[in-house]
Design a protein around this ligand. Structure first.
Ligand code: HEC
Length: 147
C-alpha cells in the first residue's frame, strides 16, 4: 500500500532532481568547455611540437658530428613531421605579429626540405650548413615570441 503511494513520489523526485544537475552540468560544459579545451589542446600541441623540434635538432646535430647519415635522415623526418598542424599554434606574446609567427614555421619547413636534400646527397658539410639555417629560424622565433 505504502509503496504504491511512495513510488510515484520517488519517481517524481527523481524526475525533478536527477535530470536537473545533469542538465546543469551538461550545459555548463557546453558553454565553457569548447573554448577552454581548444586553448588547452592548442597549448599542449605547441608544447609537444617544441619538444619534438628539440629532439629532432639533437638527432641532426649528433648525426652531423658523428657522420651518421641514417640518424640525420631520421632527425630531418622527425622535424618535418613535427611541423604538421603548426597552423593552429599561437604565440604567447607579440600576438599582433601572428602572421610573422606562422611565416617562420613555413620558413622552417622550407629549410627542412633543404636539409633533407643535403642528407639525401650524402653531403654532411652541406647538411651542417642547412642545419644552422634551421637553428636560425628557431632562434628568430624564440627571440620574438617566447616569454
Ligand atoms: C614560429 C615560432 C617558433 C619556431 C619556429 C620554433 N619555436 Fe620553439 N618555441 C616557440 C615558443 C612560442 C615557445 C614557448 C612557448 C611554447 O612552448 O609554446 C617555444 C619553446 C621551445 C622550447 C622550450 C620548451 C617549451 O615547450 O616551452 C624548446 C626546447 C623549443 N622551443 C625548441 C625549438 C626548436 C629546436 C626549434 C627549431 C627547430 C624551434 N623551437 C622553433 C616558438 C617557436
Amino acid at each position: 500500500m505504502i509503496t504504491r503511494q511512495i513510488l510515484p513520489l520517488v519517481s517524481l523526485a527523481l524526475c525533478l532532481f536527477l535530470p536537473f544537475p545533469v542538465a546543469c552540468y551538461g550545459s555548463g560544459e557546453h558553454k565553457e568547455a569548447p573554448h577552454h579545451m581548444e586553448n588547452m589542446d592548442a597549448m599542449k600541441a605547441q608544447h609537444e611540437r617544441m619538444a619534438n623540434f628539440k629532439e629532432a635538432a639533437d638527432m641532426i646535430s649528433n648525426a652531423i658530428i658523428h657522420s651518421a647519415p641514417q640518424l640525420a635522415h631520421d632527425g630531418a623526418e622527425k622535424l618535418d613531421r613535427a611541423l604538421i598542424g603548426h597552423e593552429g599554434d599561437m604565440p604567447h606574446k607579440n600576438r599582433a605579429h601572428v602572421k610573422e609567427f606562422h611565416r617562420l614555421f613555413v620558413e622552417l619547413g622550407k629549410r627542412t626540405e633543404n636539409l633533407k636534400s643535403a642528407i639525401k646527397a650524402d653531403d654532411l658539410p652541406k647538411s651542417a650548413v642547412a642545419y644552422g639555417r634551421i637553428l636560425e629560424v628557431c632562434a628568430t622565433c624564440h627571440k620574438k615570441f617566447r616569454d
